[in-house]
Write a protein that binds this ligand. Structure first.
Ligand SMILES: [Zn+2]
Length: 309
C-alpha cells in the first residue's frame, strides 16, 4: 500500500481556532539531553506519553503539518460538517472513499516499541491526539484517545454509537459502484482519513441513516477542528498527568492547545518533560530533554535498553 503525501490537497485554506500558532520562520529547536536521558527517565517509571500525528506518519498516515510546523493540510471544521445535508454529504463521500486506505494502515516500529516500553513497566498511560487506533493495534494499554477514534460513529440525534465498519457497509449498499468510480478520481489520503474528490461525485453520494433511530446525523466519533474535546476525556488526561512522574511527548508539534495544555500542566507541576519529534514544536521552552529523530528509529533503541535492564 502506498499512501501518497497530502500536499496535493486543493482545498482553499480556512482559518480555524486551531490554526493560530505559526512557528518562527527558520526556527530550529534548541536540542538538549540525549537518548540516554530519556532511557533514565523511563527507568524511573510513572511516565505518561503524549503522542501526535508524527507517531503515525511512518504508517503512511500523513501529518497536518510539515517538519517546519507550517500547516499543509486544512481539515474539515465542525461548522462545515454541520452545514446541513451538504456538509454531511461532503464529509461522508470523502471519508467513505478514504476509509479502506486508512484502515489498511498498520502499526509501525515506533508504536510497537512504545508498547514494549509499557510492557517493561516504564510507561503508565498513552494520551494520543491520533484517531487511527494504531497504538492499541501495536499492543499499548491505557490509551486515552483525546480526539476520539475513526473506528466508531456516533448518532447526533439519539447518541447511539455504531461501528465504523457497519456504517461503511451501509454506505456501500446505498452507493453501488461509487467506490470504484471514486478511486479513479480520488486525491491522496488526508490525516483525518478522507480524500479529495471531484464535486460531481460528491453530489451524488447518499449518506447513511442511524440503525437505531433512522436519523441522518451520523458523525465520526472524533473531535473536529473547531470543536472541543470531550470533557471527561480531558479530565482523564489531566488525572493521568497528575499521577505521572514525567511526560514524554512524541511526534506532536503541540500546535493546538488541546495537547499543549497537558505539557504546560506537567511543567507547572515541576515534572520533567521530554519531547522527541521530527520538527519544531510549540513546547520548546517547556522541555528538559529535547531530541529530534525519526521515532521508528529512536523508540526501538529506547525499548531495547529498558527491556534488557
Ligand atoms: Zn440515532
Amino acid at each position: 500500500m502506498s499512501l501518497a503525501d497530502a500536499t496535493a490537497s486543493t482545498r482553499p485554506p480556512r482559518v480555524t481556532p486551531r490554526s493560530a500558532w505559526r512557528p518562527e520562520p527558520g526556527a530550529a529547536p534548541a536540542l538538549r539531553g540525549s537518548v540516554r536521558d530519556v532511557i533514565d527517565l523511563l527507568r524511573g517509571g510513572g511516565v505518561v506519553a503524549l503522542t501526535g500525528a508524527g507517531m503515525s506518519t511512518e504508517s503512511g498516515i500523513p501529518d497536518y503539518r510539515g517538519p517546519d510546523g507550517s500547516r499543509r493540510v486544512t481539515p474539515m471544521t465542525i461548522d462545515e460538517f454541520r452545514d446541513g445535508e451538504a456538509g454531511a454529504r461532503r464529509y461522508w463521500s470523502r471519508a467513505y472513499v478514504g476509509w479502506n486506505r486508512f484502515r489498511a494502515a498498520r502499526a509501525n516500529a515506533g508504536q510497537e516499541a512504545l508498547a514494549r516500553i509499557q510492557s517493561a513497566g516504564c510507561l503508565d498511560a498513552v494520551i494520543t491526539q491520533n484517531v487511527d487506533g494504531l497504538h492499541q493495534e501495536a499492543g499499548s494499554r491505557r490509551v486515552i484517545e483525546l480526539h476520539g477514534t475513526l473506528t466508531r460513529v456516533v448518532c447526533v440525534d439519539c447518541g447511539a454509537r455504531l461501528l465504523r465498519d457497519r456504517v461503511q457497509a451501509a454506505l456501500t449498499r446505498l452507493n453501488p459502484g461509487y467506490l470504484e468510480a471514486a478511486l479513479d478520481d480520488a486525491g491522496s489520503i488526508r490525516p483525518d482519513g478522507d480524500v479529495d474528490l471531484p464535486l460531481s461525485l460528491e453530489h451524488r453520494f447518499r449518506v447513511a441513516r442511524c440503525e437505531e433511530c433512522a436519523g441522518v446525523h451520523l458523525k465520526p466519533d472524533v473531535v473536529f477542528f473547531g470543536e472541543s474535546a470531550d470533557r471527561q476525556t480531558v479530565q482523564a488526561c489531566y488525572e493521568a498527568v497528575d499521577r505521572a512522574q514525567a511526560l514524554l511527548v512524541l511526534g506532536s508539534s503541540l500546535a493546538v492547545m488541546s495537547g499543549l495544555r497537558f505539557v504546560r500542566h506537567a511543567a507547572a507541576r515541576g515534572l520533567p518533560v521530554a519531547i522527541i519529534t521530527n520538527g519544531t514544536t510549540r513546547g520548546e521552552d517547556l522541555a528538559a530533554i529535547r531530541l529530534l529523530g525519526p521515532l521508528g528509529t529512536v523508540l526501538p533503541e529506547i525499548a531495547e535498553a529498558v527491556s534488557t535492564g
